[in-house]
Design a protein around this ligand. Sequence first.
Ligand code: SAH
Length: 352
Amino acid sequence: MDQPPVHVLDLNPDDLQSHLVELFGPEIPSYRAKQIFEWVYRHRIHNFAEMTNLPRSIKELLDLHFCIYASSVVQNRPSNDGTRKLLLRWPDGATSECVLIPTEDRRTACLSAQVGCPVQCVFCASGVGGLDRNLTTGQIVEQALRLIDLCPDETKLTNIVFMGIGEPLANYDAVIGAIRILHAPWGMGLGARRLTVSTIGLPQPIRKLAQEGLPINLAWSLHAPNDTLRRQLIPWAAKIPLDEVIDACRYFFETTGREVTLEYLVLDGVNHRPEHAEQLARIASAIRANVNLIPYNPVAGLGFARPDDAVVMQFEQRLRRLGVNVHVRHSRGLDIDAACGQLRRQNQNPRS
Ligand code: SAH
């Protein structure tokens, strides 16, 4: 067959039904698309042969023209703390990583939005090779399904965060398409409040996201509380002054009623001085944001170190005295390289 199969996970029921009409003619019942999605999202069936309420003739043609899973699992690494990380390979050879983070009451999936990352923060493994390409909506959704497959039957993902590789708001249409499927009752059915997009801070897409009518969570990876330090740590953001991002976040909060979270990586000796606390507190108060402090998970060769716990605690206390609602979050899966981009990078260059 010349044409690659259509990726079912890219589609909504109307799109799939149109494809079915094209293939089987207008006499195909209008409920077929919904039936297929029920198998995929509710019963976790990922091949047409097992869809027992579809006629065999239909299943055979579906098999020829469509696929449900497009990736193969290249690595499946369990961590000592229960975190599981998958490395998926797509038909074009590109790879993506995604992580399942189970806790007592949650199963959180951390998804990638792109292959590589255009932002190239100087401390992050994801951006080391730059951007290879965007992921499609179906490829983003597939990561979530692959992670559910790791969970016992009848359990579901409770939360999804776009904190894997890539900048979600630089692949806006595919990411919002995936969010709609993850949220839809015919899809994964997750409440909007259980979905979080993490961004380096792109003002226009943040404003657009605010208007989607989806009260999802927005996390801004701030890391530097003044423009000078920001230019050093996140050179890509040099053309976007902090004030523009602050205005966009304020707009997001006012439009959606959802608080923005500030993610602040603590890099040893770089961004935890008293004046940084004061600058960070001013930003947090301007957008009424909570702050998550994340001790850096060191990446070999990038030249940054993890601060001592006491240093992080001191910075946290200083922020708290300045009226900030602040928490320290520890990255999990340290033993399986669960920080952004580490597994994919290892696979690209085994010596790095
Ligand atoms: N591009 C988006 C989402 C991906 S990164 C963003 O920047 O928000 C998800 C979070 O992990 C970001 O806050 C990122 O800065 C952080 N991160 C990157 N490398 C890390 C590391 N080595 N240790 C801990 N957090 C890291």
